[in-house]
Write a new protein. Structure first.
Length: 306
């Protein structure tokens, strides 16, 4: 397995904070997402590399192991066990006496600390192998949803590695968000634990709303008469229509906030963002002769008063 510099993949330094890693991941995931780069194999490959790097660096424990053991970070627990296991050290001493030594692998551990473990991983002139337990491979999958589906908690079935699994998708999941399904990755070796399944959500938006985090944004046409005189109008929200009052002399571009009418907050029951509505003044067309006369009178009256 070749060494992959996950920090370089996410374009961050080794000293990057969790917030900086999260920000870098989201930026790159959006840039290389398959939906934005159809039929682009390089972008698809880059997208997978970005997700792999994020899986490791976004988990503090995994990141610590990666920083210490590099490409072998998944076997960190076995390394540590072998380092402090007197039986392992005694077996290594016996091997050194018979001319077999595993020094020279590099890193911050020596061959005397690892005998049977390295023998089981890399092989030797002997045919016997240790029965060490190894964790299974992690799997990655992409699940496509529309915005309406992401608005409510629901269940979905998907097939991963030939197996059907049914998962619950919490309301409020975001585009590009990755969730972990423990134990649904590859099978472990020698009785080791299964790997995990990481699902990346790709959310399309065919609605009249723009989503930013938990908030929604929409534009609403406002007729001239209501804008001038005020009145009551119906506003479309994601879960139905609501009536709101429009003050007299409302200007085009005016923004109104409807508290709690935005998108559900992920895994926060009964918590929602807000809906921001922008009014666009709609000028009437196909005026009758009488309407034109009245507007002309209003214009004269307005100019006379000024």
């Amino acid at each position: 397995m070749d060494y992959i510099d996950y920090y370089k993949t996410l374009d961050v330094t080794k000293a990057a904070t969790e917030a900086e890693i999260k920000k870098a991941y989201r930026k790159l995931a959006r840039k290389y997402h398959p939906d934005l780069n159809p039929n682009d194999k390089e972008a698809e490959k880059k997208f997978k590399e970005i997700n792999e790097a994020n899986e490791v660096l976004s988990n503090p424990e995994n990141r610590k192991k990666y920083d210490k053991y590099g490409k072998d970070w998944k076997h960190a627990d076995e390394f540590e066990k072998a380092r402090y296991d007197p039986n392992q050290q005694q077996q290594q001493y016996s091997r050194q006496q018979s001319g077999q030594d595993f020094s020279g692998f590099g890193g911050d551990f020596s061959g005397s600390d690892f005998s049977e473990f390295f023998n089981s991983m890399y092989g030797s002139g002997r045919s016997s192998r240790s029965q060490s337990k190894y964790r299974g491979q992690d799997f990655n999958a992409e699940l496509q949803l529309d915005l309406a589906s992401a608005y409510t908690t629901h269940k979905q079935s998907l097939t991963v590695n030939g197996k059907n699994i049914r998962i619950t998708i919490p309301a409020g999941v975001e585009n590009g968000q990755v969730i972990k399904i423990p134990g649904h990755g590859g099978a472990g070796v020698n009785g080791g634990p299964n790997g995990d399944l990481y699902i990346t959500f790709s959310i399309s938006n065919n609605s009249d709303f723009k989503r930013e985090g938990n908030n929604l944004y929409s534009n609403v046409d406002l007729d001239l008469y209501t804008a001038i005189l005020g009145g009551e109008i119906s506003i479309k929200t994601f879960d139905g229509k609501v009536k709101i009052k429009v003050p007299a002399e409302t200007q085009t571009g005016t923004k109104v906030k409807l508290k709690g009418k935005g998108f559900p907050v992920y895994k926060k029951e009964n918590q929602f963002g807000d809906l921001y509505v922008t009014y666009n003044l709609k000028i009437p067309t196909k005026l009758s002769e009488k309407e034109k006369e009245l507007f002309a009178e209003l214009s004269k009256l307005r100019n006379h008063e000024q």
